[in-house]
Write a protein that binds this ligand. Structure first.
Ligand code: MRU
Length: 345
């Protein structure tokens, strides 16, 4: 499955808000459809958001009626500003927008057609690199999994969240192919249920035994010794290794430490953010209170109740056993190992 793709000059994605009941694919050449899809989580997961943004910028140039190079550059600038305000936490969005801007800088003096071709090559390169990163993360991460393990994951860091086979779930599926996995406990992931709706669906499709739990059951699962490792993705990893991921990840890391269980974060290097020194500087998206006060359209809280709804939390680096990237498995001190891996990027 390719959750996000570029087919004949159009952006194609699976609408993740309709899963698992319906598999609806959307095909568009409209930038605002891409922007809205990111904002409303029809396209979600940090790497998938980045790839969507790169192709979204190309769509800003459709139909290819730009009068001249300044017109093309102006359209791209406006599209980039528009996409940049869709969701704040996943750094892959800004990574992709920066790379596309870099193309314009490197190709100054070229014609509109040459610029368009270079931009399309770059967007496809971002997609291709993510596909390859997912594959490599799977291989490297699977080496960390002890045969006979059961795992626990949170949210969805699978194929749906990337251009390829996922990050955390690429490790799971690779280790499962190697016969190492007994079962995977999946947090439902309140309030939008990415675990129940998306991760459980992906694992079922891959024929990997899944046990769905409420988020608050994770403590029991760890205390009872049911899992040998916790594996999650991330939306942004700061320069010191602090990792922002779906809210509920941090308590899992605390529990894992309490019970002596390894806690792995799997990310492509495009999710590492050298410009943010620590997790304190990571912008955390706040969601609409209605996502908590309502469940499936039904009101489940008193009218007017106060709500705090951060979409992500930050796991301090000292709780992370290792960060699995496509360029190697990083160990503490992350300030050093992240700087080293980024030099190579
Ligand atoms: O709000 P979402 O569903 O976009 O949050 C996604 C996550 O938290 C994922 O774990 C993260 O983006 C990693 S995806 C490989």
């Amino acid at each position: 499955m390719r959750a996000v793709d570029w087919v004949d000059g159009r952006f194609r994605f699976i609408d993740q808000t309709l899963l698992p009941q319906q598999e609806v694919w959307v095909d568009t050449d409209d930038l605002t459809v891409v922007g809205e899809a990111i904002r409303t989580l029809r396209v979600r997961g940090a790497p998938a958001i980045g790839v969507a943004a790169a192709f979204g910028l190309l769509l800003a140039l459709h139909p290819r009626t730009f009068s001249d190079v300044p017109d093309l550059r102006g359209r791209l600038r406006r599209a980039s500003a528009y996409l940049a305000q869709t969701r704040p936490t996943a750094v892959n969005l800004f990574y992709a927008l920066d790379r596309m801007r870099g193309v314009l800088d490197r190709h100054a003096g070229q014609s509109e057609a040459q610029l368009y071709a270079a931009l399309e090559r770059e967007a496809c390169a971002i997609q291709r690199e993510d596909i390859e990163a997912c594959r490599r993360i799977g291989e490297l991460g699977a080496e960390l999994i002890v045969p006979g393990s059961s795992l626990l994951t949170h949210c969805n860091a699978g194929a749906l969240a990337t251009a390829g086979d996922g990050t955390a779930l690429s490790i799971v599926t690779t280790a499962a192919r190697q016969g190492k996995i007994v079962r995977v406990y999946v947090d439902e992931t309140r309030p939008l249920l990415q675990g129940a709706r998306l991760t459980a669906w992906e694992l079922e499709q891959a024929d990997i035994p899944v046990v769905l739990i409420t988020d608050s059951t994770a403590g029991t699962v760890l205390r009872e010794g049911r899992v040998q490792a916790v594996i999650v993705g991330a939306d942004r990893v700061a320069a010191n290794g602090d990792a922002a991921n779906k809210v509920g990840t941090y308590p899992l890391a605390v529990l894992a430490q309490r019970h002596g269980v390894s806690f792995y974060v799997a990310v492509p290097t495009s999710t590492l953010d050298p410009d943010t020194p620590s997790g304190d500087g990571i912008p955390i998206e706040e969601r609409d209170p209605a996502e908590i006060t309502h469940f499936a359209g039904v009101v489940v809280a008193p009218a007017g109740v106060g709500v705090y709804a951060p979409a992500f939390d930050v796991t301090p680096n000292e709780l992370i056993t290792a960060i699995v990237t496509e360029r190697g498995v990083l160990r503490p001190p992350y300030v050093q190992t992240i700087a080293d891996v980024l030099k190579a990027r």
